[in-house]
Design a protein around this ligand. Sequence first.
Ligand code: GTP
Ligand code: MG
Length: 375
Amino acid sequence: YESLSVGELAKKLGKEPSEIIKKLFMLGVMATINQELDKDAIELICAEYDVEVEEEVRIDVTDLEIYFEDPEEEEEVPGELTERPPVVTIMGHVDHGKTTLLDSIRNTKVTQGEAGGITQHIGAYQITASGKKITFLDTPGHEAFTTMRARGAKVTDLTILVVAADDGVMPQTIEAINHAKAAEVPIIVAVNKMDKPAANPDRVMQELTEHGLVAEDWGGDTIFVPISALKGEGIDQLLEMVLLIAEVGEFTADPSIRARGTVIEAQLDKGKGSVATLLVQNGTLHVGDPIVVGNTYGRVRAMVSDLGRRVKEAGPSTPVEITGLSDVPFAGDRFVVFKDEKTARQIGETRAGEALQEQRVEKTRVTLDNLFDQM
Ligand code: GTP
Ligand code: MG
């Protein structure tokens, strides 16, 4: 669907138009029943419902993804759902230690185990703790939530909220909590900078209680882990807690189907052309797969892991850097693998054409950009 009116979307979702209008209003958009919504706005609304009624929306979102799919294509035979690694983002106030924590996790868990493995910087990486894999998105958590959710992509399973023990809850801490809550993503609190003499973890616990995050010790159900990202202390306990939540969450995927997922980041490389970091969310991505990514398409020419190694395939929750796309996609774009290159090309070209056309269409419609302007 290039676009749908509010009324049509409501029908597709099996909701009252008034409810959709209310949702849009909550997003800061005044809409009428006949208002045309663009793809991104549609996906945004779907993401809203994904949050509330996951099962139901699975179907709805697939339905709305038809513009992405080959109508003639036979149904894919699904395989078995198997456990997949959790996808984790790190959020928190400026200077509370997000980057230091990401580095600390990567250094202790990746470089150490992989002798000589030089981590190249890609927007996501995977580590192994207690024999289990965990995927970290190396983009600021806020970005992962806003850009990607706005495009209808739900990429993160849980979030680590970093709060500096010497500084306490700050505005962006609260913002982060709201993002995670809106997406119904579980939060683990990492009380950082415990090595500092001024560290006051009780104060952090106290302040977070006011925002609905009550520590287990205080009768709540939020996990708090004291850490020092700088000194690498408490990191193992933190990762244990991530695995614990993952176990409860039972994150699964079907590795046997054609891959689909989300673009984490992408850029144009002088030598390699379009280079995109993809997070495979379902299925398995292979070198040679015909793929549509956002409004571009191609065939996966080469895949490189987060450790800079060439790989031939990537399963669920695995981040990989790929080349072979005809153009540079955007962070948050969805990707889908097709059975043959001809189909991928057709759909890719149609979508690229539509995107061009859309740019020309006057801006009276609700687009993602003015959605955010109004937020
Ligand atoms: P932004 O990306 O700017 O939002 O900051 P950030 O949250 O990524 O913080 P960053 O990791 O850059 O850390 C900010 C400062 O705090 C740096 O000087 C770090 O060295 C310091 N820092 C981070 N973690 C710790 C810690 O556990 N203990 C101490 N003492 N300092 C820390
Ligand atoms: Mg940082």
